[in-house]
Design a protein around this ligand. Structure first.
Ligand code: ZN
Ligand code: ZN
Length: 352
């Protein structure tokens, strides 16, 4: 018995000193009845906990919904955590647009204080989307939060130039799971063309702007889950590699790009350097899951560098030649769901 205790103590010391990083599933953009969601915070947090998420950032509009009572009721050490957050619901007046202001919303992950958008009723006048991003990102950081650019194509609002001065390592939503968010971009047929979020990402990377792609729900509706026109939960999320489930560890991993965005595919491993990009799709947990996967390695301007089958559990590698500019990886499964791993510069980053 004494030996057993000693071994147990040694194992504990070993695991505490060398905690292995693992993937934590979470969502960084969700609303509750504290702003315009339709369910109280505890019900929203419970939905995520009961659907296999490890953490949730509650991002009500212009309000930090206190995570303390939610963690007291639902939190579990190492298994579920609610992190403070907010959405800065910035709009920008644009006389050239008859259908209303541009939408330049910014999320804030883990802040201590609220940031209010510029302008009366959150509509900034006489400025640009780029200028409000600069102001709001600085304000979010000053309030202790990690900023996230939300849904660039909501109301067809954001163009590449609006994001060209963002600091490196800024998070942006490559996939927001809500309807009418227009992730894939579109051509109105009258000369108005908007890039999809992936093309926007590649356009900015080619200009030397290092962005990290996030998937998020932006869910507001937890009541009418059968109505696809409403903003439901569960469509897109992030898998964050951290050694503990704490707000500090999650924010540090997000800031460092140690995560991927997904609408379904799960990855066992991602390892990217300037020399080599390696991706391993996770083996299925359900024996009836016979989905197949492809990984596409993407370089400058969205060019396909290589596209290969990715059998679950088997590592797929791309060896860089050195002239790609950057490499990122997208995994698509046979149901059309996708996972986006983060870009890494190859060679000298393009000059801005
Ligand atoms: Zn928004
Ligand atoms: Zn939102």
């Amino acid at each position: 018995m004494r030996i057993g205790l000693l071994v147990g103590a040694l194992l504990f010391v070993t695991s505490a000193a060398h905690a292995q990083p693992r993937w934590y599933r979470g969502d960084t953009h969700v609303h509750t009845r504290e702003s315009d969601g339709n369910r109280p915070p505890e019900e929203v947090a419970r939905w995520y906990r009961d659907h296999g998420y490890d953490f949730l950032v509650v991002t009500d509009h212009e309000k930090i919904t206190d995570p303390a009572p939610l963690n007291a009721a639902l939190g579990a050490d190492g298994r579920f955590l609610v992190v403070a957050g907010q959405e800065v619901t910035q709009q920008v007046a644009d006389a050239a647009r008859p259908n209303g202001p541009r939408q330049a919303h910014v999320g804030s992950i883990g802040p201590r204080g609220v940031v209010l958008p510029l302008g009366e009723r959150g509509i900034a006048q006489g400025t640009t989307v780029a200028a409000t991003y600069a102001r709001n990102l600085a304000a979010v950081k000053a309030a202790g939060g990690l900023p996230q650019i939300n849904h660039p194509n909501f109301r067809w609002s954001v163009r590449p130039d609006d994001m060209a001065a963002l600091p490196d390592s800024t998070l942006f939503e490559v996939w927001n799971a809500q309807p009418r968010i227009n992730n894939l971009g579109g051509d109105a047929g009258d000369g108005r063309v908007s890039l999809g979020t992936e093309a926007l990402w590649d356009t900015l990377l080619a200009r030397g702007v290092l962005l990290y792609g996030v998937g998020s729900d932006d869910a507001h509706n937890f009541a009418a889950l059968d109505d696809a026109e409403t903003t439901r939960p569960g469509g897109a999320w992030v898998m964050v590699r951290a050694d503990t489930l704490s707000a500090d560890a999650l924010v540090a991993a997000l800031r460092g790009g140690r995560f991927y965005a997904t609408t379904g595919p799960l990855l066992a491993d991602v390892a990217a350097t300037a020399q080599e990009y390696r991706v391993t799709v996770a083996p299925p947990t359900n024996p009836r899951d016979d989905r197949r996967y492809r990984v596409r390695f993407v370089g400058r301007g969205g060019r396909t560098l290589a596209e290969r089958p990715a059998a679950p559990g088997r590592e797929v590698r791309y060896a860089a030649r050195g002239d790609e500019g950057y490499v990122r990886a997208v995994v698509t499964d046979s149901d059309g769901r996708r996972a986006w791993a983060q870009p890494v510069w190859v060679g000298r980053p393009p000059r801005r």
